[in-house]
Ligand binder design. Structure first.
Ligand code: JB2
Length: 212
């Protein structure tokens, strides 16, 4: 039985998720929002029903959650939200936009979000709570660590490995076989032709580490 969902956060990323969930005909109970001024309002006609404590009105077995917190830098807030609710016993729903192309043997772990127009080729493995955002392209055998965000239009060639809680910026390009560590930030539009170590911030064409 497909359970109804509750979305966490009422910003731009939540709006994108609601559009996908409606196409997927998922029942959406409402949105949880930290900003009390928004309570009682709506996001894309979906009611903003309270703060995170309100989730306790629903038993873990009655619902699934959708992580509506995105990221523009490292996805720590998104990761914290995921870990907090997992500790409370809740499960996160995957969201795969019907216009995306996800090849048959691709492994999608819990709560993975694949947005409109994304393409994921055979052999890829996508970790818990990852966002593969609008129009991003992953060629064969890419491995994406949990909580990482591949931003809109990013292009990963074959066998790219990216560690947990990293962020690959909008329209960045990563050539085949590159390894990027955890907590690494790749700037928008960068072209990555060398491996990037954990904790780096790499920008430019070709991308260079700017954390000294
Ligand atoms: O702990 C929280 C919490 N912290 C912030 N719990 C709940 N339930 N909500 C929280 N929020 C709320 O999430 C903020 O008050 C805000 O309303 C929302 C975040 O929205 P924002 O528009 O700031 O960003 P976003 O996360 O929806 O989207 C970002 O990431 C996307 C991937 C933006 O940068 C987008 O442009 C981007 N496409």
């Amino acid at each position: 039985m497909v359970r109804p969902v509750i979305i966490i956060g009422s910003g731009g990323h939540a709006k994108v998720l609601i559009a996908a969930l409606l196409i997927l005909r998922r029942e959406i109970i409402g949105v949880l929002e930290a900003d009390r001024d928004k309570h009682g309002g709506f996001l894309s006609k979906i009611p903003i029903i309270g703060d995170d404590e309100s989730v306790k009105n629903y038993k873990p077995k009655e619902i699934e959650l959708v992580n509506g917190i995105g990221s523009v830098g490292l996805p720590y807030k998104r990761m914290e939200i995921y870990q907090k609710f997992k500790k409370m016993g809740y499960r996160f729903a995957g969201v795969v936009h019907p216009s995306s192309i996800v090849m048959g043997d691709v492994q999608l772990d819990e709560g993975v979000q694949i947005m409109a127009g994304a393409i994921i080729q055979p052999g890829c493995r996508i970790g818990d709570n990852v966002i593969i955002n609008t129009g991003a392209i992953l060629d064969h055998d890419c491995i994406i660590g949990e909580h990482t965000h591949i931003a809109p239009g990013a292009v990963l060639s074959g066998s790219v490995h990216i560690g947990a809680a990293s962020h690959v910026g909008t329209s960045a390009t990563i050539i085949q076989g590159i390894k990027i560590g955890k907590n690494a930030l790749i700037g928008a539009g960068s072209v990555v032709i060398n491996n990037i170590s954990t904790g780096s911030k790499a920008v430019g064409v070709p991308a260079r580490n700017i954390i000294k």
